[in-house]
Design a protein around this ligand. Structure first.
Ligand SMILES: *[C@@H]1O[C@H](CO)[C@@H](O)[C@H](O)[C@H]1NC(C)=O
Ligand SMILES: *[C@@H]1O[C@H](CO)[C@@H](O)[C@H](O)[C@H]1NC(C)=O
Length: 333
């Protein structure tokens, strides 16, 4: 979007903002936060980040940052895990095909699928002179809920891409026309923490959302959740273009998220913190922006080949890539 890149070029960033790619770690029916231990979990997820990811991930088993030996993310001290549901195309003949994930623009070439991860401050380029406190080891949260039947809240968006650089308009649900460049899903997490709980039973009530659309300046944190933490956001680019010739003749949206949602209101995302030591705090206290934070300034980083080489083995082995009679785990839908 033109105004955004223009304002970025002119703005002098006062504090750090991280934007980086993570290639796909695994695509499996695992959901250690909402369904710990379940293999398979109810629906399919795409996961990026550190290789200590597994079905259980009990915080008592230790810090992700200490356990991981590789990560699919640019910043090699980031062993966090980031995940969302997966998109499928539903053919009018009833079969499903998983929609491939493509890398974002503005990232180094060759990244295998995955997501673009953001840790911004009060808005895209400023901390608003508020201290940004990094998450603590063991911290986790979710945003959105698969059962939502209307718009869940701010910051959960779909973008119909003309090309990989399209960012507007942001939609609350699936585009209703063929998108020439694919579909982007965007998940913004809340950035106000209660300062006490690393998690909560619903994985959300320890957080408070002041997020506005499109990385705009969010409101102040309330007294109940006074600690401003980084504004975490995910962008995923789905290559829907191969399906554009197969749209149903009634014009209805043929794309569906892996838990059976063709409206998109249930779009959701999960986060488990796993930065090594004080690396995320050091980044938030610095003044770097995007790839200027790499190469030890102040964060250690790695190249695309190393990112793509990191993976975890499949514990849930099932076909997710053929034309399927149903989405994994979704029999009878
Ligand atoms: C997950 O990994 C931890 C150690 O990192 C291990 O203790 C635990 O048994 C693993 N869980 C599963 C389900 O593999
Ligand atoms: C539906 O169409 C796709 C694409 O042509 C094809 O690969 C698949 O086998 C078809 N499924 C059925 C049940 O005919």
């Amino acid at each position: 979007m033109k105004w955004l890149s223009l304002s970025l070029a002119l703005a002098v960033p006062t504090q750090a903002a991280l934007r980086f790619g993570c290639s796909t770690l695994t695509i499996q029916r695992l959901d250690p936060l909402v369904e710990p231990g379940a293999a398979p979990s109810a629906h399919l997820h795409q996961i990026v980040g550190g290789n200590a990811f597994n079905a259980s991930m009990d915080p008592a088993q230790g810090d992700l940052g200490d356990k991981g030996t590789c990560t699919t993310c640019t910043f090699s001290e980031d062993f966090s895990n980031y995940w969302t549901a997966v998109m499928f195309f539903k053919h009018t003949n009833g079969s499903y095909k998983r929609v491939p994930i493509m890398q974002n623009t503005a990232l180094p070439n060759g990244i295998n699928g995955g997501m673009t991860i953001y840790y911004t401050q009060q808005d895209f380029s400023s901390n608003g002179n508020t201290k940004i406190t990094a998450f603590k080891p063991g911290f986790r949260m979710t945003v959105g809920t698969p059962t939502a039947e209307s718009k869940f809240g701010p910051g959960l968006k779909f973008v119909c891409l003309n090309d990989k650089g399209t960012r507007f308009p942001e939609l609350d649900d699936f585009p209703t026309q063929r998108c020439p460049g694919g579909i982007m899903t965007v998940h913004h997490f809340p950035a106000c923490w209660d300062g006490k709980n690393l998690d909560s039973p619903d994985h959300q009530s320890h957080m408070y959302n002041t997020v506005k659309d499109a990385f705009q300046n969010s409101g102040p944190c309330p007294a109940s959740h006074p600690v401003r933490v980084p504004q975490v956001a995910y962008e995923t680019l789905w290559d829907t273009t191969q399906f554009n010739s197969m749209w149903p003749s009634d014009g209805s949206n043929p794309f569906v998220l892996s838990y059976g949602d063709n409206k998109g209101y249930g779009t959701h995302a999960d986060y488990v913190f796993g930065w090594k030591g004080d690396s995320l705090q050091r980044a938030m206290d610095s003044s770097c922006m995007f790839n200027a934070c790499e190469n030890g300034n102040p964060l250690l980083s790695q190249g695309v080949q190393q990112m793509n080489a990191c993976s975890v083995s499949k514990t849930v082995t099932e076909d997710i890539d053929s034309w399927l009679p149903e989405m994994p785990g979704m029999s009878g839908m």
